[in-house]
Design a binder for this molecule. Structure first.
Ligand code: PLP
Length: 385
């Protein structure tokens, strides 16, 4: 079945019992069992994706997990309370005293903070590598995970996912990837060799800026160590969040199509503006990562980043504050356009505030692209004194 059809029909196995189109929302702390044998079986974890206790999920959670695993073309999925908690569960499950984890340089800022603080404190050695590095010489005997994100957070550099997976797998090291930007629709992570694909479902998957949720997909063999880490740590997605994400999935493909079309219109328009030095968006043929994007992705809905010409802080503030349709706030993937001054975590350490580039991250929402360009034009014109 085409993925567009799957989005409509997956995750509705429990609907028929309720005679409803959507699956019922099951909220519970306690699962009740019909017999001692059923109780014992469930507590021993012998029934995968079956209820045991509210913390490990209800029927609603399992609907979303099954749907997401199928969409990602793999076996299994784990839902957690946020994208970041999915990331830290994967890193935490593979870390520990004496372990070595390779992390690509452009990971999401809070991922890096977790690596530098929590992972380091657990005795894990974290080593960052440049997005274009050959990792084969970096893999050691005690390397337990390669963690990547593509494209890089904010700066949008691509990496050679296939080459990284081949190098890691040659030493039996699993590869985890933050795949939030691509979603399972535009980025077939497991086909490229990624063992654990992580999504902040907070973003495009839910798509309505009203849920925090993390999802990880992979073969059960790859996810087992993460699942037991989540069980021990009480990492838990609320059934309400899962239910809303299931609803978001229904329109994911059509939303992405429109986000993609408008992002392209706005990005091309921005390329022609004097006050914009550079547009970092791998879907543009001028982008240095365009070749990798074409080889690894089937689409790009944004977000993307622009580098402004150097300007005074006051002029910059007049631009940002002059935007009427772009909300000033973090996150992205919802129906509404957003803007955020971007300070990439991996550049912060290298450059002082004086010479760091003035970057702006844009999420192009579902408004008319013409209206968005007009709004940007108006705000850019306010930069002139
Ligand atoms: C937002 C985001 C996260 C974190 O997800 P939350 O649900 O906000 O915790 C992780 N990775 C990327 C690439 C993100 O954009």
């Amino acid at each position: 079945m085409h993925i567009d059809t799957q989005l409509i029909h997956l995750g509705r196995e429990t609907s028929s019992a309720a005679n409803s189109v959507s699956p019922p929302l099951v909220r519970t702390s306690t699962t009740l069992f019909p017999s001692l044998q059923a109780y014992k079986q469930a507590q021993q974890g012998q029934v995968f994706n079956a209820p045991r206790y509210g913390r490990s999920g209800t029927a609603t959670t399992f609907e979303l997990q099954r749907a997401m695993a199928t969409l990602a073309g793999t076996e299994s999925c784990i839902a957690t309370g946020s994208g970041l908690s999915a990331i830290t569960a994967v890193l935490g499950a593979h870390g520990g005293a004496g372990k070595h984890i390779l992390v690509s340089n452009g990971v999401y800022g809070p991922t890096r903070v977790f690596c530098d603080r929590e992972l380091a404190a657990s005795g894990t050695e974290v080593e960052y590598f440049a997005q274009d590095a050959d990792i084969a010489p970096l893999v050691r005997k005690n390397t337990s995970l390669v963690f990547i994100e593509t494209p890089a957070s904010l700066t949008m550099e691509m990496l050679d996912v296939r080459a990284i997976c081949v190098a890691a797998h040659a030493s039996h090291v699993p590869v985890a990837c933050d795949s939030t930007w691509g979603t399972p629709i535009y980025f077939d992570a497991h086909a490229l060799g990624i063992d654990i694909s992580i999504h902040a479902a907070t973003k495009f998957i839910n798509g309505h800026s009203d849920v925090m949720l993390g999802l990880m997909t992979g073969a059960e063999r790859a996810l087992a160590v993460v699942r037991s880490h989540c069980d021990r740590n009480g990492t838990h997605a609320s059934p309400d969040a899962c239910w809303l994400a299931l609803r978001g999935l229904r329109t994911l493909a059509v939303r992405l199509e429109r986000h993609q079309r408008s992002a392209m219109v706005v990005a091309c328009w921005l390329q022609g503006q004097d006050s914009v030095q550079r547009v970092m968006f791998p879907a543009l043929s001028s982008d240095p990562g365009h070749g990798f994007w074409k080889a690894q992705f089937s689409g790009a809905a944004g977000p993307f980043t622009i580098e402004m010409q150097p300007c005074h802080e006051d002029a910059f503030a007049r631009f940002i504050d002059g935007l009427a349709l772009f909300g000033l706030g973090t996150s992205w993937g919802g129906f509404e356009s957003l803007v955020m001054p971007a300070v990439p975590h991996h550049l912060r350490a290298l450059a002082g505030p004086a010479d760091s580039p003035r970057l702006v991250r844009l999420h192009i929402g579902l408004e008319s692209a013409d209206d968005l360009c007009n709004d940007l034009a108006c705000a850019l014109s306010r930069m002139r004194p």
